[in-house]
Write a protein that binds this ligand. Structure first.
Ligand SMILES: Cc1cc2nc3c(=O)[nH]c(=O)nc-3n(C[C@H](O)[C@H](O)[C@H](O)COP(=O)(O)O)c2cc1C
Length: 308
């Protein structure tokens, strides 16, 4: 089959996920094309694809604005199949509301829903996850990707239900979609730390950063994706109110390296996990159980080979 994966990414978690899924699909003999959305991405044709997969990082229980803008411009043929594989730092029920806009849009386009999946990825905002936690997340994501592909191949439709109260609340938190425009008036670069590497200018997906008279400046069409401050090698970028609240993560997680190291020595999330970590136990257990049901209890790598 022919797949088109359309995704937006800030700090490359969604890119990592899309690459993993693309590799697995290719292993299964499918043809895959990928489109990463940024301000200059041309609108692609969806014609000829059996499935179009949409992916985005959840921002304030919603889709990123740049994702919305791009997807609205895509043309669909009646009856075209699509699926969603979204990701976020945690699995709070409110996150379920994030896809309501795209589901509505696709319904209007008369596209056919083929399933929705929610992957956990490490936070790129708020606080940095421990390496062992990230390793565990990546193992669960690997399993979920296999479950998703199995379901798509077998026309099994997985739905994520959202409650009215989540949709209602997420609508108001949706202000985050334009918060970056205001917040970018507050962005500053610490002159003492900045080494003028221009990474932030070159890499901004929204082309929101520029240089004027040797100084780094910001326009006001920021999506708050965090790429600039997250990857800044000297942590020189102050991201307005997020910085005031210390809602900032600086430094690449090095996902490929962590994935290659396998499972942590002892499970990070257990039934005794407390507070913030509690919600992950149910999510991870559900993935493990479904994986076991579909593929049995053999190693991930073997499953992929077996499935082929
Ligand atoms: C502005 C902003 C808002 C976010 N809001 C949420 C949220 O509502 N729920 C959540 O679980 N994670 C949230 N996150 C975390 C991201 O969804 C998560 O880290 C994601 O994997 C980032 O993907 P990316 O690297 O492709 O940009 C937010 C991140 C940012 C930058």
């Amino acid at each position: 089959m022919k797949f088109l994966l359309v995704y937006y990414t800030g700090t490359y978690n969604t890119r990592y996920l899309s690459n993993q899924i693309s590799e697995k699909l290719a292993l299964r003999g499918h043809a895959v094309d990928k489109v990463e959305i940024n301000r200059e991405t041309p609108i692609v044709s969806t014609e000829g694809y059996d499935y179009v997969g949409f992916s985005y990082p959840i921002y304030g229980f919603n889709t990123p604005l740049a994702f919305d803008k791009y997807v609205k411009k895509l043309k669909f043929t009646k009856g075209q199949k699509y699926f969603i594989y979204k990701n976020s730092g945690e699995t709070l029920g409110m996150n379920n509301a994030s896809s309501r806009g795209i589901l509505r849009l696709m319904k209007r386009r008369k596209a056919v829903f083929a399933g929705e999946y929610h992957f956990v990825m490490p936070y790129n905002i708020h606080f940095k996850y421990d390496e062992d936690f990230v390793k565990e997340i990546l193992i669960k994501d690997d399993k979920l990707a296999q479950i998703m592909i199995y379901n798509l191949e077998n026309q099994k439709i997985e739905r994520i239900k959202s409650k009215f109260i989540y949709n209602f609340s997420a609508f108001f938190v949706g202000i985050v979609k334009i918060a970056g425009n205001v917040n970018s008036f507050l962005y500053k670069v610490d002159k003492d730390k900045c080494v003028n590497c221009m990474k932030c200018v070159k890499d901004c997906p929204e082309k929101n950063i520029y240089v004027k008279k040797g100084k780094i400046k910001f326009h006001h069409h920021c999506d708050m994706c965090m790429r600039c401050s997250f990857f800044c090698p000297t942590n020189a970028i102050k991201i307005g109110f997020l910085d005031w609240w210390h809602w900032k993560v600086n430094g690449d997680y090095k996902l490929a390296k962590l994935a290659s190291e396998g499972a942590p020595e002892k499970p990070y999330i257990t039934k005794d996990s407390k507070g913030f970590y509690k919600c992950f136990h149910k999510t991870f257990t559900n993935i493990d159980e479904e994986y076991q049901r579909l593929f049995g209890d053999v190693e991930t790598e073997n499953n992929e080979k077996q499935a082929i």
